[in-house]
Design a protein around this ligand. Structure first.
Ligand code: 5GP
Length: 291
């Protein structure tokens, strides 16, 4: 190795100031990651444009996460074949993917949030419950993508991401969905990355989706809790669907047929709740996430 370059006093001072600013910036980012203000992926993004983050050692970042000490960070890195001196900018695509998956699995390392999947026949009142939970701040509620046209009061990005058929197909091919399914002539899917980030940050996540999708989630993430929401009675469900002025008679008949099919699958679920009182269902879901 050659000798280090001779620096003037001024250059040395400049380098010291720069190093101290980098340390400060890294400390800031680590705190934000710990408190959940930014995600692991945000840091990866920052590493593309900020030198201080790009040069941060992966080890340093992992050790700063709550629940991961020096030993766990070291074991994790050994298992993923990441050298102890590896910096953020040097992480390969596969390593990034493995790190994410590892965070998802290692419940004790990072205490990820719980994943609750709320399912049940259309018209049973899932979205009302999801809305209450989102407002109460108890859950991070996923926003699905759909090819269905927006209803009068629906807002893009809030109720759904309304996308074209082509865009939905692109998202499937790009493996952007945790699950997706066709329902009453439209396609619906849960964006995978956002759900995983929220879980990684220890947030409890709620998916409000139909049954075929719920089964896919269970196959993919067995730790998820599948909840089936039943109507108090079949008559109640029919009257709710009839009262939905947004669907034409054909669509309503199709939704009723689907609801009958869906009710028959309840036994697959981990928990069955009857939606007789919204507040009580909301309370039970919060309880399930806390246990
Ligand atoms: P709607 O058109 O009434 O908003 O929703 C129709 C059905 O699609 C509902 O049962 C709803 O829970 C379900 N759904 C909404 N988003 C998703 C999703 O991302 N994936 C799946 N599989 N079903 C969804």
């Amino acid at each position: 190795m050659g000798l280090p370059p001779q620096l003037t006093l001024e250059q040395r001072q400049e380098a010291l100031i720069k190093a101290s600013a980098s340390r400060k910036r890294r400390a800031e980012v680590k705190i934000q990651l710990k408190t959940g203000d930014i995600s692991f992926d945000t840091i990866l993004e920052l590493a593309k444009s900020e030198d201080a983050i790009a040069k941060m050692r992966v080890k340093e970042l992992l050790e700063s996460l709550s629940g991961v000490g020096k030993i766990r960070a070291q074991t994790l890195m050994e298992r993923l074949n990441i050298s102890p001196t590896r910096r953020m900018q040097g992480l390969g695509r596969v390593q990034i993917k493995q790190l994410r998956e590892e965070f998802m699995k290692s419940e004790h390392a990072l205490k990820p949030g719980k994943l609750l999947v709320l399912s049940g026949p259309g018209g049973v009142g899932k979205s009302t419950i999801a809305k209450k939970l989102r407002e109460a701040g108890d859950f991070w509620v996923s926003v699905s993508a759909t090819t269905r046209k927006p209803r009068a009061n629906e807002v893009d990005g809030q109720d759904y991401f309304f996308v074209s058929d082509e865009e939905f197909t692109r998202m499937i091919n790009a493996k952007e969905f945790l699950e997706w399914a066709e329902f009453a002539g439209n396609r619906y899917g849960t964006p995978q990355e956002k759900v995983e980030h929220a879980l990684l940050l220890g947030k409890n996540v709620l998916l409000e989706i139909e049954i075929a999708g719920a089964k896919q989630v269970k196959a993919h993430l067995p730790q998820s809790i599948l909840i089936f929401l039943e109507p108090p009675s079949w008559e109640e469900l029919v009257s709710r669907l009839e009262g939905r002025g947004t669907d034409g008679p054909d669509r309503r008949a199709e939704r009723l047929r689907l609801a009958q099919e869906e009710l028959a699958t309840a036994s697959f679920f981990d928990v069955i709740l009857v939606n007789d009182q919204v507040e009580s269902v909301v309370g039970k879901l919060i309880e399930l996430a806390q246990n």
